[in-house]
Design a protein around this ligand. Structure first.
Ligand SMILES: [Zn+2]
Ligand SMILES: [Zn+2]
Length: 167
């Protein structure tokens, strides 16, 4: 994160030096296995897969995390999910009920560049990593739930209300 001060409405979001996902988004990481890309988003394989299919979808433009999102980002979250599902279909996944799409909430994030986890089949998520991807826990929120919260103008994450407000 360099010397950037972080705040919820950081006006300096854009490309952040030393951000590994900004490098991937800008084709500067040779290791990354990009599977889909458009003008707005990039999808690549998670280097530490928790399921037979595990991809990350990121916006090319640096946004910190789901705490940074507001109502106007509903469309973005939707498009991220659409790209994730498109990749799964292209990879031969047919049971779209057995998939998991969601975001980690701070402080449970590995890279502070907004990324949607796309996992399939969700019934085959590794036992030792499954705790990271349980909807409604303090660490993980599904994309659907996040969109609903943004729509309701509820903060994406109310840490202390979590037990009451998450399904
Ligand atoms: Zn970044
Ligand atoms: Zn993550």
């Amino acid at each position: 994160m360099g010397n950037m001060a972080r705040s919820k409405s950081d006006p300096s979001e854009g490309k952040v030096e030393d951000c590994i996902f900004c490098l991937i988004a800008n084709n500067q990481d040779q290791e990354a296995e990009v599977v889909k890309k458009n003008k707005e988003l990039v999808c690549f394989r998670d280097i530490d897969p928790a399921a037979p299919h595990h991809y990350l979808v990121i916006p090319i433009h640096h946004i910190h995390n789901c705490f940074s999102l507001q109502r106007d980002h509903i469309g973005l979250v939707e498009r991220m999910a659409e790209m994730g599902k498109a990749v799964l279909r292209e990879q031969g996944i047919t049971d779209m009920m057995d998939i998991r799409l969601g975001f980690h909430k701070p402080p449970y994030i590995s890279v502070d560049h907004l990324h949607l986890h796309v996992l399939a089949p969700s019934s085959q998520i590794s036992n030792y990593m499954i705790y990271k991807f349980i909807p409604g826990t303090p660490s993980f929120i599904t994309e659907e739930r996040l969109r609903k919260r943004l729509k309701d103008n509820a903060p994406p994450v109310k840490f202390f209300n979590n037990c009451l407000s998450s399904l």
